[in-house]
Design a protein around this ligand. Sequence first.
Ligand SMILES: NC(=O)c1ccc[n+]([C@@H]2O[C@H](COP(=O)([O-])OP(=O)(O)OC[C@H]3O[C@@H](n4cnc5c(N)ncnc54)[C@H](O)[C@@H]3O)[C@@H](O)[C@H]2O)c1
Length: 330
Amino acid sequence: MKYLTNEKLTIVGAGGMIGSNMAQTALMLGLTPNICLYDIYEPGVHGVAEEIYHCAFEGANVTWTVDPEVAFKGAKYIISSGGAPRKEGMTREDLLKGNCQIAAEFGDLIEKYCPDVKHVVVIFNPADVTALTALIHSGLKPNQLTSLAALDSTRLQEALAAEFGVQQCKVTGAYTYGGHGEAMAVFASKALIDGTPLAEKKLSEERWAEIKHATVQGGSNIIKLRGRSSFQSPAYQAVKMIEAAMGGAKFTWPAGCYVNAPELGYKNVMMAMPTVIDADGVHYTAPSGTAAEMADLKASYEHLCKMREEIVSLGIVPPVSEWKKENPNL
Ligand SMILES: NC(=O)c1ccc[n+]([C@@H]2O[C@H](COP(=O)([O-])OP(=O)(O)OC[C@H]3O[C@@H](n4cnc5c(N)ncnc54)[C@H](O)[C@@H]3O)[C@@H](O)[C@H]2O)c1
């Protein structure tokens, strides 16, 4: 079995549903043989490790621990789904306080034990705010830490494919930007349906509103269908993000990244942008769209600013003016 790298990948929250799927996916895709599974819940992470051992992946060198020092020391890549998931009726924002406290501790562990980590992907919700918290606390450079935001775009792609009866991969150019929450901004003015612009497909206003709603509610729909928060798609997409950071195929679905671009009107937030992840980390470009799409993005950005102010007022991160003291790279 040929692996992309031998460097250590640590999966945080490995005892949970996304974490356990990430361990398996990372080995199936041949990312690295050296994977450390970490969780605070010992039976969970022990059980996942046993299952992985029973897969008998060739050349794998998987360890598990509940000791953060063992987990984080020497880690060159980290993916974290280690936080509470949503239950039916909850929004991602309902998780804000508890999961942002976990994110602050997560960032502190990175700073203490693996300041030379190369890339970190944060999954636990509300992902843009937990990722921002982790970035401030970790001391990492903004291009080294991303949040999982791709599923909103893959859900939009799927909804458009179903509407027009085409294969999912034949829908291109349809993305969501801004927050990974109910206030996400849907950009479809450049979408192509099997090569034909969406604008020429005569989609009624009403139907388009329903598709947008289905996209925004895509995560809640999985909770309704399966009785729990989605785990296969986040595991796969997050591992693909790390694969790109390891120098594998570039990751081109939107990722949540740190944006401080007053010239674009967005300051000091993590949000989904048109991005590429490669061995140098994440790179973003300015989103462009119709006036209505840009207005939705502005509203999504403002919602993110409100959540940021909430974690400042809870004392989880300092006010923006003091971020540089905590992380000189910001
Ligand atoms: N960004 C996205 O697109 C996306 C999609 C789906 C789910 N999520 C989020 O991912 C998170 C995980 O979901 P799940 O279904 O795997 O949940 P889960 O409950 O199955 O697993 C979470 C695991 O994290 C562990 N954990 C909790 N606190 C920890 C800490 N401080 N350190 C280490 N581990 C810790 C728990 O013990 C548990 O094993 C949730 O917050 C969920 O909302 C994000």
